[in-house]
Design a protein around this ligand. Structure first.
Ligand SMILES: NC(=O)c1ccc[n+]([C@@H]2O[C@H](COP(=O)([O-])OP(=O)(O)OC[C@H]3O[C@@H](n4cnc5c(N)ncnc54)[C@H](O)[C@@H]3O)[C@@H](O)[C@H]2O)c1
Length: 338
């Protein structure tokens, strides 16, 4: 029996997480879900966006399954997502974007995994005003050798373990010569240690153009925190949208699984959010636990339901009347039937 910290989150979070829990439970893997709270809902209810009880649960279980959390733009509390990643040193953010046979997009056969450094860079939290009038502000990007080495090794090892051929480092070392320069230098140092994996380097702006024009040339991409954040929404767009892309936040002794997308307040409470991203995050979590057969059953069930195109949310089929609940039920039934 696994005990997993379950944070349903804000906005569309509770509805998609209910669907995902139903799907994971359908695999028969024995999981005790320990519900905990974070984000805007926790702030409104307990006056704290990251209550001690939530941290205690994650401390104990070391695996969390999390819905999206709202972070108020500009003012308000700091991102709880960033805080959790830093506090538990969840240094590798792995975000696979793969074409689905049943989802019509501009390209077929896109299969890209973003490996994003998750603890530092421009998201290190070093931001402040420089004047009392608050008319000048600065953010400090932190890039360390230790964090860069471990994420670049992670990307190459991921490539080896998952039968991938190439790792591309996407960077801005031509302008940011120290921070991005250090990251690129370390990638160049490490690449020869993995002679079976091809190494490529691309400047981040050119990477965006190449991703949009010829995405099939990319395999595994490794980059610093903010570039990875932005590129993973771009790659989500290439394969059908944010509703489809899962993410794993992996540390040495803790892991947190979630969707790439946010709390989507524009569609919350309408039963129209696509639950696929969190269900696929659930499959990544099962694989992380060593339950690879169950993980594969979930992936196959999602593919079956998406390829049939009947019980899917309207972002995938505008003629479908199914919502989040119906799509989740269809995937859970497909898991049970497999
Ligand atoms: N990991 C996280 O918890 C996380 C990640 C990103 C953003 N956020 C937070 O979420 C909030 C909203 O951010 P945003 O609007 O910029 O991004 P978002 O990802 O919530 O939404 C962007 C667009 O994608 C659509 N979308 C997102 N998920 C969908 C789904 N499952 N099915 C169908 N459509 C979907 C939304 O309707 C919206 O039009 C912000 O407070 C932001 O900070 C949280």
């Amino acid at each position: 029996m696994y005990t997993i910290t379950l944070i349903k989150g804000d906005g569309i979070g509770p509805s998609i997480m209910d669907a995902a829990v139903k799907v994971i439970n359908a695999t028969g893997v024995a999981i005790k879900w320990e519900e905990a709270y974070a984000g805007l809902a926790a702030f409104e209810q307990f006056g704290n966006p990251l209550p001690d009880e939530t941290l205690a649960s994650f401390d104990k279980n070391r695996v969390a399954f999390k819905g999206p959390l709202t972070t108020v733009v500009g003012s308000g509390f700091r991102s709880i997502n960033v805080a959790l990643r830093q506090q538990y040193d969840l240094y590798a953010n792995v975000r696979p974007a793969k074409s689905w046979a049943g989802v019509k997009t501009r390209y077929d056969n896109v299969d890209i995994v973003i490996v994003r450094e998750n603890t530092e860079g421009l998201y290190a939290g070093l931001e402040h005003y420089l004047t009392p009038k608050k008319d000048i502000a600065e953010s400090i990007a932190v890039v360390t050798r230790t964090a860069s080495e471990r994420i670049i090794h992670y990307a190459f090892k991921y490539a080896q373990d998952n039968q991938r051929k190439k790792v591309t480092v996407c960077h801005k070392a031509n302008i940011l010569k120290y921070t991005q320069g250090l990251f690129l230098d370390i990638a160049r140092e490490i690449a020869p240690q993995y002679p079976d994996i091809q190494f490529d380097e691309k400047i981040i702006d050119a990477s965006c153009m190449h991703l949009v024009m010829n995405p099939q040339q990319f395999d595994v991409i490794v980059c610093t925190n903010m570039f990875g954040d932005i590129l993973s929404d771009l790659t989500a767009g290439l394969v059908g949208g944010l509703g489809l892309i899962p993410g794993a936040n992996i540390g040495a002794d803790a892991a947190l699984f979630e969707a790439v997308h946010g709390s989507a307040p524009d569609i919350a409470g309408k039963n129209i959010a696509n639950p696929t991203a969190v269900i696929m995050a659930g499959a990544m979590m099962l694989a992380h636990l060593g339950e690879t057969a169950a993980a594969q059953r979930v992936v196959t069930a999602v593919e079956t339901v998406i390829n049939e195109g009947l019980h899917v949310t309207a972002d995938l089929n505008p003629n479908s009347t199914a919502g989040t609940i119906e799509m989740g039920d269809a995937i859970a039934n497909a898991v049970t039937a497999a």
